[in-house]
Write a protein that binds this ligand. Structure first.
Ligand SMILES: [Cu+2]
Length: 287
């Protein structure tokens, strides 16, 4: 049978166009949302997210050889030591060399994994000096964002998912239903943003997670958890509540819009007026 190389070539080209076009940039930066046919991780937009990706890749390079090695051992046992091939089994019960080896080698592998793992955890948990501190409160079932008095004039607003009918053309085109929200969280690019994450005291546990920014923190009633990110690309990044919190768990997405400092300042002026009726928040940045 003759293989039609031309056909395969054009199919591959079409596929490539499909993948690259769905990665198209939003009007003002990266679109940090899943795309149809996506394979692998979305492009990281913070150093923590980059480190999470490289740690994941490193684990893959360890897991694959380990799995193949175990598979090979199993295959050898099945072929060489079945009842037919090996009618008189060995009565060996101990082999000091083997026992030491199969203890030490896995321990070494775990140590090799533990070092970058702890380094990454430390990076995530030790909050660097923040340029802005924001607060997100998980409620049933939406998020409330607060901007501190001393850094942004102190205002708060609710962020609800957009109904199908309210989606704009861009959001429809990129299938952002259940990701797009009415009021996004807006932050400046290249600035360290510390976030206090909590949940409504009368509510349930949620989880604030945005993959491309490398953050995922539980929002627990009565507890103030902390996380941070420093976005290195302008764009809009989507996340979802990542703890099963109840009937509308799927309907409380997170949208973070990363903009230039000028655009952020302009947005801040508008937002202060727009959300003034919500009352000033007493929330201060505790820096
Ligand atoms: Cu939730």
């Amino acid at each position: 049978m003759r293989v039609n190389m031309r056909g395969i070539g054009s199919a591959a080209a079409a596929l490539l166009t499909f993948f690259t076009s769905t990665w198209a940039l939003a009007e003002d930066g990266v679109l940090g949302a899943p795309v149809p046919g996506q394979i692998g991780m979305p492009e990281p937009a913070s150093t923590v997210a980059q480190d999470i990706d490289s740690f994941h890749t490193m684990l893959l390079w360890i897991i694959i050889p380990v799995s193949l090695f175990v598979l090979a051992l199993l295959a050898i046992i099945v072929v060489r030591f079945n009842e037919k091939a090996n009618p008189v089994p060995s009565k060996t019960t101990h082999n000091t060399f083997l026992e030491v080896a199969w203890t030490i080698i896995p321990v070494l592998i775990l140590v090799i994994i533990a070092i970058p793992s702890f380094r990454l955890l430390t990076k995530e948990l030790v909050i660097p000096k923040a340029d802005i501190t924001l607060k997100a409160t998980g409620k049933q079932w939406y998020w409330t964002y607060e901007y501190p008095k001393d850094q942004a004039g102190g205002f708060s607003y609710d962020s609800n998912y957009k109904k199908q009918a309210d989606l704009n053309d861009f959001e429809k085109q990129h299938q952002l239903y259940l990701l797009a929200v009415d009021n996004e969280l807006v932050v400046p690019v290249h600035k360290t943003v510390a976030m206090t994450i909590t949940a409504d005291p009368t509510g349930v546990i949620h989880s604030f997670a945005v993959r491309e920014l490398g953050i995922r923190v539980d929002a627990v009633p009565g507890r103030a958890n902390q996380t941070w990110f420093n976005a290195d690309k302008e764009g809009v990044y989507y996340g979802q509540c990542s703890k099963l919190c109840g009937k509308d768990h799927a309907f409380m997405p997170i949208a973070v819009r990363v903009v230039s400092q000028e655009k952020y300042d302009a947005w801040l002026q508008d937002a202060k007026k727009k959300f003034a009726s919500n009352g000033n928040t007493a929330f201060a940045s505790a820096q």
